[in-house]
Design a binder for this molecule. Sequence first.
Ligand SMILES: Nc1ncnc2c1ncn2[C@@H]1O[C@H](COP(=O)(O)OP(=O)(O)O)[C@@H](O)[C@H]1O
Ligand SMILES: Cc1ncc(COP(=O)(O)O)c(N)n1
Length: 270
Amino acid sequence: MKVYKALTIAGSDSGGGAGIQADLKTFQMLDVYGMSALTAITVQNTLGVHGIYDIPLEGIEKQIEAVLSDLGADAAKTGMLSQPEVIEMVAGCVRRSGLSQLVVDPVMVAKGGASLLAVSAQQALRDKLLPLAAVVTPNIPEAEVLTGLRIETLDEMKKAAALLVRELGAGAAIVKGGHRSGDPTDVIFDGESYHLMEAERYETRHTHGTGCTFSAAICAELAKGRTLLEAAHTAKQFITLAIREELGIGQGHGPTNHWAYAREKAAGRA
Ligand SMILES: Nc1ncnc2c1ncn2[C@@H]1O[C@H](COP(=O)(O)OP(=O)(O)O)[C@@H](O)[C@H]1O
Ligand SMILES: Cc1ncc(COP(=O)(O)O)c(N)n1
């Protein structure tokens, strides 16, 4: 049996709903072997981020090199990168390793409002990492920062997705609609055409880690050799079920249910 491998370069969420923990759970549930390079330790639970401890740059780089030089990765994703020098170093590692299946989730702010990326790092993200991305997956506020556009309508989401590809150099872009009112439709631009991914909106406060989980699912599917559109559609199903089957734990914004997709699939419903 071939073992597919995915690497996440992201921050730790002690609460287990977002960051590295969400990524590894998602990889596992999609039958992909998960590996991680930790960029920062957040002191976090469903009530918010209570502290951030950045990992020294050298320590992050050594984790990436240790994983890639021995195990190798079929795909990788980035999440919380925290500082501009981390972005530059990660871009260098990706270029040197020739890794082509890179999912960039441009994490900037946690749902509770804590900043997970220095403002001084936004430029590095745009200039250094986006051109290396097979796909970038911003939510609407992140897409606004990266493109400088104001985004409210589906048409504006399409414009932003096209700009991320045509002007900023990403291979493809998925602008996520979770932050709009109404149905959480996501817009994909793959360099040639637009695709809409529609789903029902569930009224719940348990959406902690939705972006991390969604991008990790794309990464896992790309690692298995799926096309971008196939990977995106599986990821959309994965996150929609994870939100629908909420666990209801924690006093604040709780995690999603990383088991839901596999259970529905085993029952022949996904
Ligand atoms: N309440 C919800 N019901 C159903 N899908 C949602 C809901 N909120 C977000 N999503 C979906 O979850 C995924 C992550 O989106 P979003 O929450 O916008 O990302 P982020 O966590 O980066 O802010 C997207 O596919 C989005 O459409
Ligand atoms: C370590 C870490 N990374 C990322 C997020 C963003 O979470 P979300 O997916 O809800 O935007 C987070 N809260 N913590």
